[in-house]
Design a protein around this ligand. Structure first.
Ligand SMILES: [Zn+2]
Length: 278
């Protein structure tokens, strides 16, 4: 890595630590609302990004009634987080909107314009489209055990960011992740799995500095692994680093709770998340 790249990376890492703070207020507000009311607010679901799909699939639905995005623009990260959080509330409540897959397929066959990239674990219990109550063509999902970045994963993400125009990337780990647990256990598995676990090991090492309790270690390592993969994405991809520097891409961390269905946006000092797990 040359000096220039190192310098740019340092600048980015400084930014990435600041970014989540800007999301804190919004997330806390939304979680508070979720706890206080069971009322669905489907009218604004998808409103922030629906104009991104060239041929809209929901012409007759009320959720189109409050468009704020100009046609041809990409929603801001704040808007993406708000949309995803709202979809997640639907999922948690078991009140997901009805989808017309036949219609969506037909419209999307001419192209895709996902508004966000989601890197998450391959775990069968963590399907992003369902977790965020999202439709075909809206999320560019890349999945691998432990949500670990490597060259193939980054190639997919680069494609979505550069060619498809997604400007928000979410790295989403999940509680009770088997891959992170194996890394915590310092397991020796197959050569391929060992390679994967090496990608998580630095997160485990950092978590081990904070606790020796196995349950807490796993919980902390899962969060640290999300942050690690966020950092590695820009460390290992000059394109993503450049996009972040030019504000053409924002990377956000999250952890999904298998039991509650809630997605918790990850922040450097996420007391909210810690409290939720207790
Ligand atoms: Zn997992």
């Amino acid at each position: 890595m040359n000096f220039s790249l190192v310098l740019r990376t340092i600048v980015f890492l400084s930014l990435i630590l600041l970014l989540p703070d800007t999301l804190l207020a919004s997330k806390q507000s939304k979680k508070a609302k979720a706890k206080k009311t069971e009322t669905r607010t489907t009218t604004s679901k998808h409103s922030s990004h629906s104009t991104e799909v060239k041929h809209d699939t929901h012409a007759t639905e009320a959720k189109h009634d409050s468009h704020s995005q100009a046609v041809g623009t990409t929603p801001s990260t704040q808007s993406v987080i708000a949309t995803l959080s709202q979809g997640n509330q639907h999922f948690v409540a078991g009140e997901m909107h009805t989808q017309d897959f036949a219609k969506e397929r037909k419209i999307l066959s001419s192209g895709q314009k996902p508004y966000a990239i989601v890197l998450t674990c391959a775990d069968s219990r963590v399907p992003p489209e369902m977790i965020f109550d999202e439709e075909l063509g809206h999320l560019f999902v890349v999945r691998v055990a432990g949500n670990v970045v490597d060259s193939s994963i980054l190639a997919s993400i680069e494609y979505a960011a550069e060619h498809l125009g997604a400007k928000t990337m979410i790295v989403m780990g999940h509680e009770k992740c088997g891959a992170v647990k194996a890394a915590c256990d310092h397991a020796h598995l197959t050569p391929n799995l060992n390679c994967l676990l090496r990608g998580i090991a630095p997160a485990v090492a950092k978590a081990e500095l904070t606790t020796t309790d196995k349950k807490e270690l796993l919980h902390t390592a899962i969060q640290e692994n999300v942050r690690l993969q966020m950092h590695n994405a820009v460390l290992q991809s000059p394109l993503l680093l450049e996009m972040v520097e030019h504000h053409n891409l924002e990377i956000v961390g999250a952890v999904y709770d298998l039991e509650t269905g809630l997605v918790n946006w990850l922040m450097p000092e996420n007391h909210e998340l810690a409290e939720h797990q207790e």
